[in-house]
Design a binder for this molecule. Structure first.
Ligand code: BYC
Length: 333
């Protein structure tokens, strides 16, 4: 249901002839939709932009496991628990593909993790909100994974080959995640009045943070123009946000839930829903580290990294022993 997002056309093409000959090859490849691969020449700023975005994306997948992990032991049935565990494991896999994609640009996973723990790079704002009830797990799948797919389907066609290819599998899995969330919401909305109220409460708390996930408005987005030129970004933050709202409002109606926005209304002239003002102060506070759970999330990641030190050490020692054994065998032959 999200596949219609693939056709895009945001990039602004400059006059290649106006560039010095040495600088034409790269934009010409971008314009011709030739994928950029790790061994290809690329401007340093393109490489840095990708490292920033891909690692932010990878960290988001990993930190994104935390709010959901909070409910594994309290899922309401064995089936729900198995589904939730599978989803969370998928997120770990997404983080790993994305770290691998970033590593093709010459940055190590250790360095990326160091930057996350030092607060030098971001992860998605959305994961700094708490999961207070089981309905939050439904709302995350429905809204957060729904927003993530909206943003990520165009990335399957972005200009950097390893990132684009990683996104294909990720999007297929996100689609299952969105459906499992909607399925939880359907079950709760068809349940007792208390369960339906719980679903409404989760929507009330997750709606605006989900709308904010797409990033600052186009007018405030510092990286959009350049990333669009390089075909890293194929749709703007505001275009994606609008598509998310348009897609999600009928789903809320189907569930019999009310979106917490008094200004939400269908605009027949635009062919889109109008929606209310976003609280950008809240968004910027969260991405600067002052959301409800920022400190807790980083602390948990720091502890996981420290606790895993012996595993990394053992894996390296094992790899060194195997390499030495292979060398010995080669010498003996
Ligand atoms: N949260 O110029 P802009 C998931 C930052 S994981 C935090 O528009 P850009 C999932 C932005 O980084 C979802 N920071 O930037 C996992 C920049 O700051 P820096 C993650 C944000 O890069 C588990 C500044 O604001 N998805 O799906 O052109 C379970 C200015 O913004 C946010 C991705 O990462 C935010 N929401 O556009 C369920 C997708 N928004 O870096 C689901 C890939 C903006 O200069 N990323 N900022 O310090 C992207 O598509 C783009 O990077 C963004 C931002 C649209 C997020």
């Amino acid at each position: 249901m999200y596949a219609q997002m693939v056709d895009t056309g945001l990039a602004k093409v400059e006059d290649l002839d106006a560039l010095p000959p040495a600088e034409r090859a790269f934009p010409a490849r971008i314009d011709a939709d030739v994928k950029i691969e790790p061994q290809d020449d690329m401007p340093e700023a393109y490489r840095r932009t990708l490292v920033r975005q891909i690692q932010q994306h990878a960290h988001s997948e990993i930190v994104g496991m935390l709010p959901e992990g909070n409910w594994v032991t309290r899922a309401p049935s064995l089936k729900r628990k198995a589904i939730l565990m599978a989803k969370i494991q998928d997120e770990a896999g997404h983080g790993l593909y994305l770290y691998s994609a970033a590593e093709t640009l010459g940055v190590s996973r250790d360095a990326m993790t160091g930057d996350l723990l030092a607060g030098k790079v971001k992860y998605s704002s959305i994961f700094n909100y708490p999961t207070l009830t089981w309905a939050d797990i439904g709302a995350i799948g429905w809204l957060v994974d729904g927003a993530a797919i909206m943003n990520q389907i165009p990335l399957c066609r972005c200009s950097y080959g390893p990132y684009a290819r990683a996104m294909i599998r990720i999007c297929k899995e996100e689609s299952f995640h969105q459906r499992q969330g909607f399925d939880i919401m359907m079950a709760m909305c068809a349940g007792t009045p208390a369960q339906k109220a719980m679903a409404q409460d989760a929507l009330d708390r997750w709606w605006w943070p989900s709308v904010m996930m797409f990033g600052p408005s186009d007018a405030q987005s510092v990286h959009s123009a350049q990333s669009a030129r390089w075909k890293i970004k194929l749709l703007s933050n505001d275009e994606l946000r609008q598509r998310f709202v348009d897609q999600t409002v009928p789903q809320a109606e189907y569930l019999g839930l009310r979106i917490p926005d008094a200004d939400l209304a269908w605009n027949p002239e635009r062919g889109h829903y109008d929606f209310g003002a976003i609280d950008w102060d809240e968004f910027y506070a969260v991405i600067k580290g002052h959301g409800p759970c920022n400190r807790e999330r980083i602390e948990v990641r720091r502890k996981a990294w420290d606790d895993g030190a012996w595993v990394r050490e053992a894996a390296l020692a094992h790899a060194a022993k195997r390499a030495a054994r292979t060398d010995d065998a080669a010498e003996a032959a």
